[in-house]
Design a protein around this ligand. Structure first.
Ligand code: PLP
Length: 412
């Protein structure tokens, strides 16, 4: 037993001594983690509150109902399902509820900042069991809604995904709605990345435009690992049975027993997200990201964005005639040696593949939660410039690692 806990201690120290810029990661509160590790994890509760298959669920029903009530209030929706194990199963359930195998669906390409579950061809369930048509971003990294409209008019998908994992601009929900209405498609907003900005009132909510909203709860929302599916008034107007269809797709369609410990932690996170403190945090995420993007530009980086919590930074020269590709990965590895954690990422229209892409993706939620402000962002940009300029020099990278650690310790 102690082996695992020694490793957990080690991981805690690592988290405390490195800078975290992966935009999907965050630090959940003690209260959230306490609920995740609580006795709620012991219970099986297939079904929904008041309609369970096993006995002993009177308290569990209260927990799930509380999460549902708080979630509905936070998102401003008439129905929410809090059982999805994570974002990908939530999206799978939405597809199961709204379309039939083989039906046409439409989502943003992975290389343009979309998610695997939005119809990535061949290797994902969404690309394999449905006919997938994908849209892309332009050279500047932005979605061209007129072009999307034309594609949708020609292809006539039954469902359109609006949601991103590496898109540094604000999504125009109204335009997505207009595009979906061209062919009567379902509009599903997947706000996994930006949910904290949406409930923190920084990014417009898709609630009056989308039929269904999906989101993870462990990214900018700072909750447990998990996800929810919300049904909007608009969605219910279109199909009075929509909520029932979604619930049935989650259980028994895709899942068995819900993770009640995660659902309890979700109820905690929903409450935390209602506080003024959370709105301050959401605001600071965007301020920090803007300062980081500007400081990186000052250091000579090419930066896509930002209007939200993340940006994509081009590292290498990715022209076709260039031998050097994959500089994003090299940069990510060098940064790790220097105590700064990012992930390699494709840039818009990347000539290199997703395994060794030309850029890195960086975001500010984690460090904002840790209380970092603008002056921390300029420091990070300076460190990143040094790392870029001395990628192969382990001595220099280690020196930065020392500076990073010292900076983080000085702020504790
Ligand atoms: C993270 C993410 C998901 C998937 O979430 P997992 O919990 O990793 O399965 C789905 N959609 C978007 C837009 C995401 O950012």
């Amino acid at each position: 037993m102690s082996k695992v806990f020694n490793l957990i201690d080690k991981e805690e120290k690592r988290q405390g001594s490195q800078i975290h810029l992966i935009p999907s990661e965050n630090i959940a509160s003690e209260a959230v983690r306490k609920a995740v590790g609580s006795v709620l994890a012991n219970k099986y509760a297939e079904g929904y509150a008041g309609r369970r298959y096993y006995q002993g669920n009177s308290v569990v029903d209260e927990i799930e109902n509380l999460a549902i009530e708080r979630g509905k209030k936070l998102l401003g929706v008439p129905h929410i399902n809090v059982q999805p194990y994570s974002g990908s199963p939530a999206n799978a359930a939405v597809l199961m509820a709204l379309v039939e195998p083989g039906d046409k669906i439409c989502g943003l390409k992975l290389s343009g900042g979309g998610h695997l579950t939005h119809g990535h061809p061949n290797i994902t369930f969404s690309g394999k069991y449905y006919t997938s048509v994908q849209y892309d971003v332009e050279e500047d990294g932005r979605i061209d809604y007129e072009k999307l409209g034309k594609l949708v008019k020609t292809e006539k998908p039954k469902l359109i995904w609006a949601g991103t994992t590496a898109y540094p601009f604000i999504l125009d929900w109204e335009r997505f709605r207009k595009v979906a209405d061209l062919v009567g498609a379902w509009l599903v907003a997947d706000i996994s990345h930006i949910v904290g900005l949406v409930v923190g009132a920084i990014h417009e909510s898709p609630v009056q435009w989308a039929d269904v909203i999906t989101s993870t709860t462990h990214k900018t929302l700072r909750g447990p690992r998990g996800a929810f599916i919300a049904v909007t008034e608009k969605g219910l107007q279109r199909d009075i049975d929509l909520a029932k269809k979604i619930d049935r797709a989650v259980f028994p369609g895709m899942q068995g027993g819900p993770h009640i410990n995660s659902i309890g932690a979700m109820a905690v996170a929903f409450e935390e997200a209602n506080l003024d403190e959370f709105r301050e945090y959401a605001k600071q995420i965007v301020v920090n990201a803007k300062v980081l993007a500007e400081s990186l530009r000052d250091e000579g980086f090419k930066v896509f964005g930002t209007e939200n919590h993340l940006m994509v930074v081009e590292i290498g020269n990715h022209q076709e005639d260039e031998k050097i590709v994959g500089d994003g990965k090299q940069m990510a590895v060098a940064l790790e040696k220097a105590g700064i954690i990012v992930n390699a990422n494709t840039v818009p229209h990347d000539k290199a593949g997703p395994f060794r892409p030309s850029g890195i993706r960086i975001g500010t939620p984690w460090e904002t939660t840790r209380g970092m402000k603008e002056e921390g962002m300029t420091k990070i940009a300076k460190w990143m410039a040094v790392v870029r300029d001395c990628m192969g020099d382990d001595g220099k990278l280690l020196k930065i690692r020392g500076e990073v650690e010292e900076y983080l310790t000085s702020r504790k």
